[in-house]
Design a protein around this ligand. Structure first.
Ligand code: FAD
Ligand code: DHB
Length: 393
């Protein structure tokens, strides 16, 4: 195995894989090191909403064929409140921009196939991954694969290893400021073998708590319901999940999600987190390694894609022109986009969920927030431009 590369990428989630491919297209060498196996990375059920900019990037990278065939383009969505569904015309409010439903596992699968086709290294099942000399011009990564130990020297390390990875904690205490907010609730998510009952997403505010109707394909519905942060999944029988989802999503016009066998269920924590700066020496953090948003605004994967798009351009500028301008600006530009997404995700989360400490006043105010949003073109335009995502810059 090579022991030298230009860019060592830690993590084969969306951030690491997109970065690897963008660097490949620029003729820059990289090695991707992932500590789980390929099946785990593909089958982890997570994001579903791709912003217009992320879809465009997949096409520009030449990995958009299956996305074009199987992705579900949505030009609008519904917000439901007190049993009434209100439509928001995302495309009409944003000059034709839209979102595409395409599971994160599918994105990752397409990117792994593309990586393998390039012949460039991607190591699954690595253990004892650690980063060294990150404040020098000669950083290195140590890891074990198949019982062998490796020391990889490189010019740069991209920390694309998610929120629980090793890269961020390798930055000396004091060099990083962490901004954090935790929430008193989580999401219980299911995949069900049931045809989607609506062609577009439904975000619902309900006195029992938030619920979300989404989908993965013409045969599979994806649903979420707000639960306690420390919820015990074993307390949720399939019957209980369906009756709560239907209670929270059913609208007065008789609409409700179709039911069917539950294929998968899990609980996702809610957190807002920002690491500032996104860089230390020659270690650059990207995606969930640098920031986490609560899933309500569907921004996490899209932010990860925007980070590595910027990082790939900065690295190309360095190798092609010897300029560090893009690398020097990486953190500041990334933080600007991150805080914009943080604000939007926090706002959507607090508007749509019931907090354990909320009073009846708070709930009435939340309903008023939603009613204003769906009745004002100005408010809907602001929502739509954030939801479909600002262009990559
Ligand atoms: P990850 O996907 O976490 O990838 C990091 C990789 O690094 C993993 O493969 C991990 O195994 C690996 N790794 C970790 N530690 C190490 C180590 N020590 N050594 C080597 N490898 C390591 N985002 C959206 O944009 N739209 C949505 O609709 C959306 N919905 C969501 C719904 C849910 C329920 C959840 C939980 C999240 C959702 N997100 C959404 C967020 C999105 O899934 C994440 O933001 C996204 O996965 C971030 O990608 P990443 O590559 O930065 O990190
Ligand atoms: C999905 C996830 C989200 O976080 C969201 O806001 C909308 C849809 C999904 O998994 O389909």
């Amino acid at each position: 195995m090579p022991t030298r590369t230009q860019v060592a990428i830690i993590g084969a989630g969306p951030a690491g894989l997109i970065l690897g491919h963008l660097l490949h297209l620029r003729g820059i060498d990289s090695i991707i090191i992932e500590n789980h196996d390929r099946e785990y990375v593909i089958h982890r059920v997570r994001a579903g909403v791709l912003e217009q900019g992320t879809v465009d990037l997949m096409h520009e990278m030449g990995v958009g064929d299956r996305l074009a065939r199987e992705g579900l383009r949505h030009e609008g969505l519904y917000l439901a409140c007190d049993g009434t569904r209100h439509h928001i015309d995302l495309a009409g409010l944003t000059n034709g921009r839209a979102i595409t439903i395409y599971g994160q596992g599918e994105v990752v699968k397409d990117l792994i196939d593309a990586r393998i086709a390039t012949g460039r290294p991607l190591h699954f099942d690595a253990s004892n991954v650690s980063v060294h000399n990150i404040d020098s011009e000669h950083p290195s990564v140590r890891y074990d694969v198949n019982g062998e130990s490796y020391e990889l020297s490189c010019d740069f390390i991209a920390g694309c290893d998610g929120f629980h990875g090793v890269c961020r904690p390798s930055i000396p205490a004091g060099a990083l400021c962490a901004y954090e907010k935790t929430y008193s609730f989580a999401w219980l998510g299911i995949l069900a073998e049931a045809a989607p009952a609506s062609p577009e997403l439904v975000y619902s505010v309900h006195q029992n708590g938030f619920a979300l109707f989404s989908m993965r394909s013409p045969q599979v519905t994806r649903l979420y319901l707000q639960c306690a942060a420390n919820e015990d999944l074993s307390q949720w029988s399939d019957d209980r999940i369906w009756s709560e989802l239907i209670a929270r999503l059913r609208t007065h016009d008789g609409w409700q999600p179709n039911t069917g066998p539950i294929l998968q269920k899990g609980i996702a924590a809610m957190r807002s987190f920002v690491a500032d700066p996104m860089r230390y020496g020659r270690l650059y953090l990207a995606g969930d390694a640098a920031h986490i948003v609560p899933p309500t605004g569907a921004k996490g994967l899209n932010l990860a894609a925007a980070d590595v798009w910027r990082l790939s351009r900065a690295l190309a500028e360095f190798y092609d022109e010897g300029s560090t301008a893009g690398l020097d600006a990486y953190s500041e530009r990334g933080l600007r986009r991150t805080w914009r997404a943080q604000r939007f995700s926090w706002w959507m989360t607090t508007m749509l969920h019931r907090d354990a400490t909320a009073t009846p006043f708070d709930y009435r105010r939340q309903i008023a927030d939603v009613e204003y949003l769906v009745s004002s073109r100005a408010a809907m335009t602001s929502f739509a431009e954030n939801y479909v995502g600002v262009p990559l810059e």
